[in-house]
Design a protein around this ligand. Structure first.
Ligand code: ME8
Length: 521
């Protein structure tokens, strides 16, 4: 079992400048699976998500739509909440950066940086990308054929010059490098860590942290003509969410966060600026920043102008929620970019879920319903094969736990499905259907062993597919208190004689509308 220490996990907070897309859904689902895994493993978990309502991007998008940024945020933030609900995300709170509690926390953060001597007034002249809400050095930019300057993320930059407050980021280079060295798993995956290390080793410039050319943001304490640079307040959301600055808040025990789950495009803010701000404010930095990859549409970057942006609600209604969740988590290693396509989702749905797990459960449970009066049979003496498959199932938790120490979502699911594959081989080679006449007691043992393996798979797969696994666990007659990871292995073995509900399929095959029409016609 994992330790019962608190576990605090967050997603990035999304800009509500449009509706959520599959990239947002991916991050929410992955973070949710990690949160659920830790909860099932007995840890008190706090899971925060929300929206980032400030910044010039919000101002410009709103202006283009003839609205105020507040109206734009009020229109779109509910769509992010609705997405979380539709995806069965188990967040404990949803923060909006316009909330009073967040303004209070951000202003306190500012005061602490100032009190520590890290803020000074100056003049900024340099490049800014509104799309990234980021400042870039000349040397980081590329130039297109028509002379447009682009950020390393490929977004256009503009020249800005204004009076601004600076944060003395340059003073934190050594402390950051020391922190990375002392915490080798602070930045995951490891490839990303090297990028950050070389960026910081290259030298850090002081960061412009206020703007005066618009007023949509958190006012700077004592200087209301300045609003905070959006990333200063956005990052602070992670401590607002657990009660900062009120350290007597019972939620404060969750700080430092165990994992900030974010996309690789915003790693620099999380792995460089954020720990530096916290060090300056005298607050412990987070324990880990995990940068996931981008979800691409058939290998292409999604963009509104190309028209290939997938709506998570459409994918859920076409393929099913748990099918989508499973696909996103299993298809690529967490941390790598991943391509989604309808064919790939259908393939996973039909091969891994309907065939491998669904059929195994359905076949064993139907045989029990038909031949064993719907009760979990009593196993006889175990053969070598029985013991081997049970031991593989009992060993699954340790592998999953090890993978999840580093948020290895795919690796954890690979470990579970390796057991599913093994169980299918066992079932096929033991031929319980043939034993029905020749050796009824042997058939009972095979069925017992098979459903016991299914039980453990269903418990361990809950973080990825909460709803479907709950149905499968219902089929196995297990109560709410029999579904946590403490029930894995030998201690939670299915009780013989337990009466099971009539079996019903949990993982349907995906049938395309055309196939469906053909069948019906
Ligand atoms: O960056 N695939 O907000 P955001 C995977 N407000 N992930 C993607 C993605 C894609 N195609 N597109 C975006 C922001 N994301 C800031 C964050 S946190 C203090 C402030 C991810 O709405 C992206 O990497 O642009 C980020 O982690 C999250 O979605 C929100 O992106």
């Amino acid at each position: 079992m994992g330790s019962a220490t608190p576990f605090y996990i967050t997603t990035a907070i999304s800009y509500p400048n449009g509706a959520p897309h599959i990239g947002h859904a991916y991050e929410a689902i992955a973070t949710d699976a990690i949160a659920r895994f830790e909860r099932l493993d007995g840890r008190p978990v706090y899971f925060l998500t929300g929206t980032d309502e400030h910044g010039i991007k919000m101002v410009q998008t709103a202006r283009n739509q003839n609205m105020t940024p507040a109206e734009l945020a009020d229109r779109n933030t509910p769509l992010f909440r609705a997405m979380a609900e539709a995806l069965n995300i188990s967040n404990d709170d949803f923060i909006r950066t316009r909330e009073e509690r967040h303004h209070r926390a951000s202003q306190e953060m500012w005061r602490r940086l100032e009190a520590n001597g890290d803020i000074y007034l100056g003049r900024y002249a340099g490049w800014y990308s509104v799309r990234d809400e980021a400042y870039y050095d000349e040397g980081e930019l590329s130039v297109t054929e028509d002379g447009t300057k682009l950020s390393p993320q490929g977004t256009p930059v503009e020249w800005v010059e204004e009076e601004t407050f600076f944060f003395r980021l340059s003073a934190y280079q050594d402390r950051l490098l020391a922190y990375y060295e002392a915490n080798p798993e602070f930045i995951l995956p490891l490839e990303r860590r090297n990028e950050v290390l070389s960026f910081v080793k290259g030298g850090l410039r002081d960061l412009s942290i206020s703007r005066t050319t618009f007023n949509w943001g958190v006012p700077v304490p004592g200087h209301p003509e300045h609003v905070m640079y959006v990333w200063v307040d956005a990052l602070t959301n992670y401590i607002t969410g657990v009660g900062f600055p009120d350290e007597a808040d019972p939620k404060w025990k969750f700080w430092p966060a165990n994992v900030h789950v974010i996309g690789k495009d915003i790693l620099r803010f999380h792995a460089v600026y954020w720990p530096a701000f916290l060090m300056s404010a005298g607050v412990e930095p987070p324990r880990r920043v995990f940068a996931h990859g981008m979800v691409l549409n058939k290998g292409e970057k999604m963009s509104k102008s190309v028209g290939n942006v997938a709506d998570p609600h459409d994918l859920v209604s076409t393929f099913g929620l748990d099918q989508l969740r499973y696909f996103l988590l299993r298809e690529v290693a967490f941390g790598q970019d991943g391509s989604y396509s309808e064919e790939a989702i259908i393939n996973r749905t039909n091969a891994d879920l309907a065939n491998d797990l669904g059929n195994l459960a359905q076949r064993s449970l139907s045989m029990i319903a038909k031949n064993c009066e719907g009760r979990v049979p009593t196993p006889g003496a175990l053969t070598e094969e029985d013991r081997a498959i049970l031991s593989v199932a009992d060993g699954m938790y340790a592998k999953a736990r090890e993978a999840m120490e580093l948020q290895g979502l795919k690796k954890y699911l690979d470990a579970v499905w390796a057991v599913v594959a093994e169980a299918n081989r066992y079932f096929a080679s033991q031929e319980p259907w043939a034993k029905k006449k020749s050796d009824f007691a042997r058939m009972e043992t095979i069925l017992y062993v098979t459903v016991e393996v299914v039980r453990q798979v269903a418990i361990l797969a809950q973080p990825a597919m909460p709803e479907s696994c709950a149905k499968l666990l219902d089929q196995l007659g297990l109560g709410e208190d029999q579904r946590s990871f403490s029930q894995l292995g030998e201690s939670g073995r299915l009780a013989s004689g337990l009466s099971l509900p009539p079996p019903a399929g949990v993982f349907p095959r995906y049938v395309s509308p055309e196939e469906q029409a053909k069948r019906e016609g």
